[in-house]
Design a binder for this molecule. Structure first.
Ligand code: TYD
Ligand code: MG
Length: 461
């Protein structure tokens, strides 16, 4: 019998040590080391044996790159266009895809929906829910098809044995934290279990050419629970995110070996499952006809798609000594920076006011082009003068109050025009190479925040 070996593994980065350490020398996190049993009495050979049958056969030998036939990667195109887009044009055969997201965001729903809509044989493995629970969810989604097989099993060897005999065209594992390899003694969800089970699944996918989707939970700070190593093993990492209080869900690519990481898909959670949102702008603009102060529309890009988003600001006199600042969907430090720019360059008294900022729809925006709309909404709320509702903005604001150029300006203007906006404010430095004749929308070019003020608010004083 082999000796039971124990090691301590960092749950954040996966580094290990023979002794417990308080502060991980590799990722600098505190209290992340946990004891894990490394090997069971089963010799390592046992573990390999599982793979010998059904493997690619023979040891690989070096091959000249020029002699390798490229062959077209086969992709399984699903009826879900958003998912296809995020994956770079469908599911690549033999790929291992990780879908991460907070509990309750809709990962199981999304995957079950895929399983029910793709007209091929699919194995859906659930370690979290019973067959009845899955059936109830499927009834809710509708669209039942007989080619979807449900397996409630958590042992990787048994899962793969079933997969081999069923020979499906797609496997979905819900979730990686609940399954475990029988070759390890540690409990499901521990770093070594997650790592080993994922590698087993990866080898299975590569050997058989069957694509595997694994669902992974996310910790509070946004990392996929378990080690970062998981991200290195899989071919693509998708993140399913959204605010629980809103119905929008965004599927983002974090890593993709077969496509771009700039893509994203938008869904809406409805009573009967997730619905693709192919035209996000129309949903994200508030439906009020009235012009309200403190609100401005930004022409942002989310991935490769232009999206018009409403920003709302509320500036009011601070009742307590220290003014409050709060931002939803936008970086609070960047808001402070924009407020400092407005105070310094234009003398607005934001220092004596509470400032609340909200991006409509529960969407998080990182595109710097939203700055200009935020500045407009802040001034609008402070002065209590509304921004015309047919106006939108796209520009980054620099530290000296200059409006900087942003990427893909033509797409942004086109989207604004398509949605019926009459005027758009952009940076003067975006003019190069821009064919103004093409657009019927009025394009205002500005170089400084003062010019924004002069154009929109000065007459109101
Ligand atoms: P779920 O897929 O279980 O989330 P996860 O697997 O990420 O933990 O989704 C859970 C939420 O989705 C739940 O709060 C109910 C909601 N939901 C709907 O609103 N409509 C539906 O059709 C379904 C199936 C779920
Ligand atoms: Mg789930």
């Amino acid at each position: 019998m082999a000796k039971v070996k124990k090691i301590y593994v960092c749950t954040n980065c996966g580094a290990n040590s023979p002794k417990w350490i308080g502060n991980c020398p590799s990722c600098n996190e505190w209290n992340t080391y946990h004891e894990e049993v490394l090997l069971k009495s089963t010799p390592q050979e046992e573990k390999r044996k599982v793979w010998q049958d059904g493997g690619s056969g023979g040891d690989p030998t070096p091959v000249a790159l020029t002699e390798i036939k490229a062959g077209k990667t086969q992709r399984l195109i699903t009826p879900d266009n958003e998912l296809n887009r995020v994956l770079g044009g469908g599911i690549v055969s033999g790929s291992l895809v990780l879908i991460g997201g907070q509990p309750g965001i809709g990962k199981s729903t999304l995957m079950l929906q895929v399983a029910l809509s793709v007209p091929v044989k699919i194995l859906y493995v659930s370690g979290e829910e019973s067959e009845e629970q899955i059936k109830m969810r499927a009834d809710r989604i509708g669209a039942l098809q007989s080619n979807c097989f449900i397996l409630t099993e958590t042992n990787t060897s048994k899962i793969l044995a079933h997969a081999k005999s069923l020979n499906p065209e797609l496997i979905i594992i819900d979730s990686i934290q609940t399954i475990s390899s029988p070759h390890l003694d540690s409990a499901p969800g521990t770093v070594s279990q997650i790592r080993d089970s994922t590698s087993e699944l990866q080898r299975f996918a590569k050997d058989t050419g069957i694509p595997v989707f694994i669902i992974g939970h996310i910790t509070k700070d946004g990392a996929i629970a378990g080690p970062k190593i998981l991200e290195h093993i899989v071919d693509a990492v998708l993140q399913f995110e959204g605010d629980r209080n809103y119905t929008y869900r965004i599927l983002r690519t974090i890593k993709n070996r077969f496509g771009s990481t700039d893509e994203m898909g938008i869904y809406e959670m409805q009573a009967a499952g997730l619905r693709e949102v192919s035209n996000p702008s129309e949903l994200l603009l508030s439906q009020t006809e009235e012009e309200l102060s403190g609100s401005a529309i930004s022409a942002t890009m989310e991935g490769m798609r232009p999206m018009l988003i409403e920003t709302q600001a509320l500036v009011s006199t601070a009742v307590y000594g220290t003014p409050q600042r709060s931002a939803t969907g936008f970086d609070l430090r960047r808001l402070s920076m924009l407020l400092a720019v407005l105070e310094k360059r234009m003398g607005f008294p934001f220092g004596q006011n509470d400032v609340f900022l909200n991006i409509a729809g529960g969407i998080k925006v990182v595109d710097p082009a939203i700055d200009l709309a935020i500045v407009a909404s802040l001034i609008s709320s402070l002065m209590d003068v509304s921004v015309p509702s047919d106006t939108c903005f796209a520009g980054e604001v620099g530290l000296s109050g200059e409006i900087r150029a942003v990427n893909r300006i033509e797409q942004r203007i086109q989207e604004a025009e398509r949605l019926g906006f009459k005027q758009v404010f952009i940076s003067k430095y975006n003019l190069k190479g821009l064919d103004l004749e093409r657009f019927s929308i009025d394009i205002f070019t500005i170089a400084k925040v003062e010019e924004l003020y002069r154009n929109l608010f000065q007459d109101a004083e």
